[in-house]
Ligand binder design. Structure first.
Ligand SMILES: *Cc1c(COP(=O)(O)O)cnc(C)c1O
Length: 833
């Protein structure tokens, strides 16, 4: 990669001037001084002159200058009195994106830095685009962690985020002939100006070996003698909250071999072998597992999980002992949140540390552990529930396996006392799954080791109580709570959509930047035609920007006045991109049959990555591209229908698409999307949702009201009932002539003349076992799309609904979510707001 921007949003399409009021303008920051600082960084830190500097050099120099200001506050925070209690957010994924405008916006420096750079002859939009996305996550779960980091710093929850500093984040998605290609991602290749390497902060992480029982004064004690040791080295990124009031730390661990080279092997002349151990050990932090909603299953993944869980626990206990002297009061000062089950091995790891190292008795150690941990569940899909083979655990983490067996024995005994004779209960709450070749159930481990367990939307939490954790919920009725997800408005409104933000500030004042609930002030203005005009103008400009990106990347020109119908998210069968494609084909067929009808211009926009091993998802991408090619080149369409699959969906592309979206597709099979956060980003930016009653869509509808959202399809209960009865897709297709025709045209190769049988199995599969009830919901979805058309033709009604969406989604701010975690799970008091 060079720093020559290839295509937007990596290249600077004309971005609007950011309204001065759109950030927390820090008074008295001298532009001349900033300019000098940036110049000094360029020369002394980057080693370039303005004459020889590339855009990337300017980015690095600017980032250093901005970072210095964050560090001043960071140092001040650390020098002052230490907080009573800290939160540790353990997550294997942080889907961060770019950080420059995050930092500028939160510090209120956007205007000044823009001006300082412009005085140096440098366009800040080019500098912005030179920053690579930090893509250390797959999708919603990792993005949630990133939004939470911003919110914790903004409302003043003292916190560390802990994760892995992957050398390679999520793969870059390319397209060859319409098929997804995966290319390695290289975000660190030019260094990372935001982070501080701390090679002196290192912890030893053991693997393998055996457990010894030794006798000391107090009785038998267990000592784990690992066969192998890896060092975890810290890399810190300061995270500045809104108006720079508080700065937290994201600490990511990198693996380092204790012995860089085996001199024995080297001296024998085995030069490659001399390095082999090092390569193997350091592979732990090499790459992010790119699968979403399915556990990766390999040994390296388990090594990653233990590596970062252990390093994080050692680190936070070290800090705790330094501040408080003894480990018994840990839960008074420490709250650890497990983001999904990926860090669940931390539960037996804390037990091991408390018992084997600090000599606590089992009962006391267990009470501390449960009081310290809490766990967020992200999925109910059975295939996504993480479990590890017992033999692998036993080989890699022998002491942890002993502890897991002990936890299990005590829990089962307690349950047996409460419900004598209920063997069914015992087998469902057991940490060991005996049905699939003995595996450790990480969900049960996380649940058992936590004082609170949360779902991520009201519906999801409700289903959790009824399905995966039904028996555990009956035994611990106070443990499960709901914390509906949220998004940070600073990134997803103020930074991503400066035009809309400026218009909103003009209408209701800048208070919305500090308090998202202020957006409600828009409600009385929802019918105001002058406001509609301004909003429409802002949106149109955003749509032109996106049209340029589409032209550059896909070589397709789309009409900015058409309805932009957007489905952007990981490609997954349960998210039902296929349902959207079937409707696209239905309309295409109808337009060809009746070319003279007054069709409404529409652009179908898709983006998303498929896991490399997920064949069905990759075929869906190919189908989208095949349909796009056919439709876009059909002269009878006269540009009235365009289909676009934008490659390489990531945070930056999301920031470019969302402000330009009119319609937000949230059409998962009801009961399968835990929450969704893309739905919130789009509604906030004024897109109307077409969606099922799934995840947070349910709550979005409660907030915006029935008239301002298009809900269709089976409910979660109806899906359950249909599945129980045994759903017959063939009957559903027989009952829908339109669907029949759509499936026939796909199966018969209308969109794949180069390989007419390409989609035969896909269509047959749908007819034989339509697991995600695509055919069941098709007619309802098609009808809902016609309602969309009807409303779109009534411009003022559409605009009114759009305003209401923006006005009513303030509740979905991640500041609200974090406030709830703080008071109901962590028992910490935020210092702001
Ligand atoms: C918000 C976001 C997601 C999550 O989208 P959903 O529609 O909730 O699945 C995934 N990837 C990126 C880059 C995002 O910004």
């Amino acid at each position: 990669m060079t720093d020559v921007a290839v295509a937007s949003p990596d290249s600077p399409v004309a971005r609007p001037q950011r309204a001065a009021a759109a950030d927390g303008a820090e008074p008295g920051v001298d532009v001349g001084k900033l300019r000098k600082e940036i110049l000094a960084e360029l020369i002394y830190s980057v080693g370039r002159t303005p004459e020889t500097a590339s855009t990337r050099d300017w980015f690095v120099a600017t980032a250093f200058a901005v970072r210095d200001r964050i560090v001043d506050k960071w140092v001040k925070d650390h020098a002052g009195p230490q907080p009573q209690k800290r939160v540790y957010y353990l997550s294997l994924e942080f889907l961060i994106g770019r950080l420059l405008f995050d930092a500028l916006n939160n510090l209120g420096l956007t205007e000044q830095v823009t001006e300082a750079l412009s005085g140096l002859g440098v366009d800040i939009e080019k500098v912005r685009a030179a920053e690579p996305d930090a893509a250390l996550g797959n999708g919603g779960l990792g993005r949630l962690a990133a939004c939470f980091m911003d919110s914790m710093a903004s409302i003043g929850v003292p916190a560390f985020g802990y994760g892995i500093r992957y050398d390679h984040g999520l793969f870059r998605q390319g397209m060859r002939d319409g098929w997804q290609q995966e290319y390695p991602e290289d975000w660190l290749s030019f260094g990372n100006p935001w982070e501080f390497a701390h090679p002196e902060i290192d912890y030893r992480i053991g693997f393998g070996g055996y457990v010894e029982q030794v006798m000391d004064g107090a009785g038998p004690r267990h000592v784990w003698r690992p066969a192998e040791t890896v060092e975890a080295v810290a890399f810190d990124t300061p995270v500045a909250g809104w108006r720079g009031r508080h700065v937290n730390t994201l600490r990511l661990w990198s693996a380092r071999a204790p012995d860089p080279i085996s001199l024995d092997a080297f001296n024998r002349g085995d030069y490659v072998g001399a390095l082999a151990d090092r390569v193997r050990i350091e592979s732990i932090s090499k790459i992010l597992y790119p699968s979403d909603e399915t556990p990766a299953g390999q040994e390296l993944r388990l090594r990653q999980e233990y590596f970062f869980a252990s390093a994080s626990l050692q680190d936070l206990i070290h800090r705790h002992l330094h501040e408080h002297g003894e480990v018994r009061r840990l839960s008074d000062h420490v709250a650890i949140q497990l983001n999904d089950t990926h860090p669940a091995i931390a539960v037996p790891e804390l037990m091991r540390i408390l018992i084997d190292i600090h000599g606590l008795p089992w009962g006391e150690a267990w009470d501390i552990t449960v009081a310290t941990f809490s766990y967020t569940n992200h999925t109910l899909l059975p295939e996504a529930l993480e479990s590890w083979p017992v033999p692998l655990m036993e080989r890699l983490l022998p002491r942890h396996m002993q502890i897991i067996y002990m936890i299990n024995a005590l829990e089962l005994e307690a349950a047996r006392k409460r419900r004598p004779g209920d063997d069914e209960l015992l087998s469902t709450i057991s940490l060991i799954d005996e049905n699939n070749g003995r595996r450790v159930r990480m969900g049960v481990l996380a649940f058992t080791g936590s004082h609170k367990v949360n779902g991520v939307s009201a519906l999801h939490t409700d289903l959790m109580k009824k399905t995966v954790f039904r028996e555990l919920h009956a035994l611990h009725p106070d443990r499960i709570v709901n914390k509906t997800n949220g998004i940070t408005f600073r990134r997803w409104l103020a930074q991503a959509n400066p035009r809309l933000t400026a218009t909103l500030i003009e209408a209701i004042g800048p208070g919305l930047l500090d308090d998202p609930n202020e957006l409600e002030k828009l409600v009385p203005l929802a019918g105001d035609s002058a406001l509609h005009d301004k909003l429409a103008e802002a949106r149109r400009a955003n749509k032109i920007d996106l049209a340029r990106v589409i032209a550059e990347r896909n070589d397709v020109w789309v009409d900015p006045d058409a309805l932009f119908d957007v489905q952007i998210k990981r490609i997954h069968e349960y998210k039902r991109q296929l349902l959207n494609l079937l409707e696209t084909v239905a309309i295409y067929n109808a337009m060809r049959a009746q070319p003279m009808r007054a069709w409404m211009p529409r652009v179908k926009i898709f983006a998303g990555k498929a896991a490399a091993s997920y064949r069905q998802a990759k075929l869906t991408i190919k189908l989208a591209n095949d349909i796009a090619r056919t439709v876009n080149s059909d002269p009878t369409m006269r540009g009235l229908l365009k289909v676009v699959f934008l490659p390489n969906y990531n945070v930056s592309l999301a920031e470019c698409i969302i402000p330009a979206a009119d319609l937000s597709e949230q059409i998962s099979t009801a009961g399968m999307e835990a929450s969704g956060t893309g739905n919130m980003k789009l509604a906030l930016n004024g897109a109307l949702t077409i969606g099922t009653l799934d995840g947070a869509n349910v709550e979005i509808r409660e907030h915006v009201g029935d008239d301002n959202i298009f809900i269709f399809g089976l409910t979660a209960e109806e899906v359950e009932a249909r599945k129980r009865r045994g759903f017959d897709a063939r009957a559903a297709v027989e009952a829908s002539p339109m669907l029949r025709q759509v499936l026939d045209s796909i199966r018969d190769g209308v969109f794949s003349p180069d390989d007419p049988t390409r989609y035969r199995d896909l269509v047959e599969g749908l007819l034989n076992h339509d697991t995600f009830l695509v055919t069941a919901d098709f007619d309802a979805y098609f009808a809902a799309q016609r309602q969309v058309f009807k409303k779109w033709r009534d411009r003022s009604s559409w605009m009114r609904s759009s305003v209401i969406n923006t006005a009513k989604v303030g509740w979905f701010s991640s500041d609200r979510t974090i406030g709830e975690y703080a008071s109901e799970i962590w028992n910490v008091t935020p210092s702001v707001g």
